[in-house]
Ligand binder design. Sequence first.
Ligand SMILES: Cc1cc2nc3c(=O)[nH]c(=O)nc-3n(C[C@H](O)[C@H](O)[C@H](O)COP(=O)(O)OP(=O)(O)OC[C@H]3O[C@@H](n4cnc5c(N)ncnc54)[C@H](O)[C@@H]3O)c2cc1C
Length: 400
Amino acid sequence: MKYLILGAGPSGLTFANMLLRSGEKDFLVLERDKTAGGLCRSTDVDKSPFDTGGGHFLDVKDPAVTEFVFSYLPEDEWDLYERDSRIDLYGDMIGSPIEANIWQLPEDRQKRYLDAIGSAGCNTGLPKPEKFTDWIEWKLGSAIAEDYMLPYNRKMFGEDLDSLGTYWLEKLPNVSYEETKLSCANHRPYGTQPGHARFYYPKKYGYGEAFLRMADALGDRIRYNERVESIDYDKKTVNDAYHADRIIVTIPPVSVMRHTGLPEELAAGLDELKYSSIVTEYVPERLDTKAHWIYYPDPKLSYHRILVRHNFCPGSNGYWTETNLTRFDTDRADKAQSAYFINDFAYPLNTAGKPAIMKRYLEYTSSKDIIGLGRWGEWMHYNSDVVIKRAMDLAKELVV
Ligand SMILES: Cc1cc2nc3c(=O)[nH]c(=O)nc-3n(C[C@H](O)[C@H](O)[C@H](O)COP(=O)(O)OP(=O)(O)OC[C@H]3O[C@@H](n4cnc5c(N)ncnc54)[C@H](O)[C@@H]3O)c2cc1C
């Protein structure tokens, strides 16, 4: 066939639908699971939608993306929300991001955080560090680092935070020392807002519904329960069975057991890539809060974030937790017969060596018309709106 697309998450589904829209029908999508949607899948738990890959919201920022998504799940089937996200700072509940909201804390704690930010490296003229852990203290000061950023990120990404670089930090909110001082004086947040300041969530469904509809549009051009186990880069063949002129890889290359024709140095690079796994678990308790989600840095709690479902899913109950797999007690969850879902590939980690590894790998594979796309194909911390845009652009470049 002309195109073989590996993975039926948002990247693969968008690329495949773009092909279809351009009149190209000579393609097939291979998906290891029995349903489409990838990390954006949803199911029903306690009679309401539950996003099995963690809380998923559609950012409003790119009209081309929202228009594309709305052509499958129309705009009037979504609600629009103003983000209300909070941090439970060991019992004190404040808004997020922390550096714009410490004014909500008792005054002595505000002073401790402000003093530490004032003497942080970025405010005393020290050069930007290379490691994520050093950068946190350099940017936000030792107090926020110790109380929030280090414990929270350890809980989410895993203990090996020292291996992370700093090249990806434009994803984090940027609030200056001056803006933090201003917010303490005027009792309101200043500075750039984090992602999803406004977001859409489906009225009657989970987030995964948009992707089920994209999958429906593809009909039998998706082959489910078909795990990719081998790629032959010279023959452009997958699982010794499927051959295509071009292969679009949206699956984690490290999930493929056999890479034939890949130079040894590149295969060794793939072995160095790291990722973290997340478990979501349902808790059937109604919380007295208006927050959509809450971050928990306290190391004594296994989970790092909860999603307060009844605040974005009309008519629902309860909340769900997100926990790094290494901190999740499956025996406890099994005994409690709770609903939980393991996502083996959740976060591609931004380790210091990753950009060079992926650049070499992607250059080599594209020279063979095997093209990496999306969160795993490019090993980037992309959200679904970003991968949809990248898939639309790639399809336009290759086909339209
Ligand atoms: C906790 C969490 C919260 C998030 N919140 C948001 C949010 O609020 N908003 C947002 O826009 N984005 C959010 N994201 C990011 C979003 O999940 C991703 O951007 C999106 O799912 C990426 O799509 P993808 O198709 O590139 O990858 P995936 O969704 O991971 O899809 C990859 C597909 O490949 C399949 N696959 C894997 N290995 C193989 C194999 N060997 N053979 C065949 N198939 C295989 C998988 O089953 C999957 O279907 C969040 C992610 C996480 C982890």
